[in-house]
Design a protein around this ligand. Structure first.
Ligand code: AMP
Length: 198
């Protein structure tokens, strides 16, 4: 299975991507985690990305596409993968589509985790304290939410139009949301009803 998680920062997609990956026996690939590890290890990629991540903006599409292209070719990802935090722009989504098509692959589904904004802000404040993520400070959180609305939210329609999208309510306990995800995956590709708009 090749699954993409969409959802604003703080929606729980990292946690759910890891859980789903272990249920399916495929790797969870988080671009945010790869970047944070590169920062800690002082790799050139990390040095390039750190300043951008700290403002809440997005790292360049070219860099992210190259990173995903490389990571999805690793042996452990041959049988499938769960993507968390990629794609984040329409350009990244088209690059992913082209990359998969070129190797005769396709996405199995896209899960759109939705959580109301006030709850997202609370969750990220908690995470800033617990994990000391430098981009979870309030000013950066607001910017990340704005960037999400502007650059990433359009992917919801992009994938809905391709009949790949399943909406999942992200409010509830981790196991409640996991159960909803399993149910949603059984229902993709989503059927579009006649006359429905994306
Ligand atoms: P995340 O852990 O997914 O919230 O990502 C943390 C930060 O890493 C984001 O705010 C971006 O600055 C950067 N980042 C992660 N994934 C991407 C991506 N696919 N495209 C651009 N920037 C990304």
């Amino acid at each position: 299975m090749r699954v993409v998680f969409l959802g604003p920062p703080g929606s729980g997609k990292g946690t759910q991507a890891k859980l789903l990956a272990s249920r399916l026996g495929v790797p969870a690939i988080s671009t945010g985690e790869i970047l944070r590890a590169a920062v800690l290890e002082r790799k050139p990629l990390g040095l390039q990305a750190k300043a951008i991540m700290d403002t809440g903006e997005l790292v360049s599409d070219d860099l992210m596409v190259a990173l995903i292209q490389e990571r999805t070719q690793d042996a452990d990802a041959r049988g499938g993968f769960i993507l968390d935090g990629f794609p984040r722009t329409i350009a990244q989504a088209s690059a992913l589509e082209a990359m998969l098509t070129a190797t005769g692959q396709s996405l199995s589904g896209v899960l759109n985790l939705s959580v109301p904004e006030p709850l997202l802000v609370d969750r990220m404040a908690g995470r800033a304290a617990a994990e000391s993520r430098s981009d979870d400070v309030p000013s950066t959180v607001r910017e990340r939410l704005r960037v999400y609305r502007e650059k990433t939210a359009p992917l919801v329609d992009y994938y809905r139009q391709r009949d790949l999208l399943a909406d999942v309510d992200g409010v509830g306990s981790i196991s409640e949301v996991s159960d909803r995800i399993d149910r949603a995956l059984r229902s993709v590709p989503m059927r579009r009803t006649a006359g429905s708009r994306a």
